[in-house]
Design a protein around this ligand. Structure first.
Ligand code: FE2
Ligand code: FE2
Length: 273
């Protein structure tokens, strides 16, 4: 069991953000914006899935997970609230969230089904966010040219994603979820997640008027496919999810712990005296 602390990030999200807030890079800005647009609906689904999973456990097992689930829900609820505020700011730039209504429609299909489906979907998405978090924390220099509050937002979220990456996976296992379904959902989520990210990023760039600039494509190729790019760096750890003996804790979370330790001035503990 992991002890999950709920933190309130001490940043001001009332002030507007610059159109290309990510160090002037149109591609990175559009791509981060796309991810942020998926968080409010996605993280609510993760909260509901984990809550349903806990309720489906036998009482002696649910006692074991109760505290961790509460921490998970607290962390994701804070993320979705802060990203909803951030999304309001970026929508002032004329961006439209096309991802959310599509995701909402799709997620309706698993409502009321075996809670292990929701958990398998959540565990697969959490694996993606954990890979993203590891890449983000090890490439934090990409955010050096951003306003400090926005750098704090993305690194705090990354650190907490790495921290709670086992919760949905462990509940799925505790409910007897099979390997076959776990990897089946991972295949589907991979396709859906990559397609949705690509579509929303392209939509953001189109609405921003920067889709057909050479610098946009150069940045995309460099940050996604380059030697240090997200896709190149994450392929192997993504693939390990398909191993029968995979567990999220096998992938290091040191960068997350270090960031949380070194940046404690940026947050307060919720519920602490
Ligand atoms: Fe989150
Ligand atoms: Fe998460």
């Amino acid at each position: 069991m992991t002890e999950l602390i709920v933190r309130r990030l001490l940043i001001d999200l009332e002030q507007p953000v610059a159109r290309h807030w990510c160090a002037g890079d149109a591609f990175l800005t559009a791509w981060f914006n796309a991810l942020s647009m998926s968080f409010p609906v996605g993280e609510q689904f993760f909260i509901d899935s984990v809550r349903n999973g806990l309720q489906a456990l036998a009482p002696e097992q649910s006692d074991r997970y109760q505290g961790e689930v509460q921490g998970f829900i607290g962390q994701e609820a804070t993320h979705r609230r802060i990203h909803a505020l951030f999304n309001e700011l970026i929508e002032r730039h004329g961006l439209v969230n096309d991802w959310e209504p599509r995701a909402r429609e799709r997620l309706r299909l698993v409502e009321g089904t075996d809670p292990r489906h929701g958990l398998a979907i959540t565990a697969a998405n959490e694996h993606f966010t954990a890979l993203f978090a590891e890449w983000m924390l090890s490439h934090h220099h990409l955010l050096d040219g951003c306003e400090p509050r926005l750098k704090a937002l993305w690194l705090w979220h990354s650190a907490e994603e790495a921290e709670h990456k086992c919760t949905a996976f462990d509940l799925y296992q505790a409910l007897g979820g099979s390997h076959a379904w776990r990897v089946k959902w991972m295949r589907r989520i991979t396709l859906i997640f990559l397609t949705d990210t690509l579509r929303q990023t392209a939509n953001n760039l189109r609405r921003d008027g920067t889709l057909w600039r050479w610098s946009t494509w150069r940045s995309a190729a460099h940050h996604m496919l380059g030697r240090e790019g997200l896709l190149r760096r994450s392929f192997k750890p993504w693939r390990s999810y398909f191993r029968p003996d995979f567990h999220p804790s096998q992938q290091s979370s040191d960068l997350s712990q270090n960031w949380l330790r070194d940046n404690s001035r940026l947050y307060t503990r919720v519920g602490a005296a």
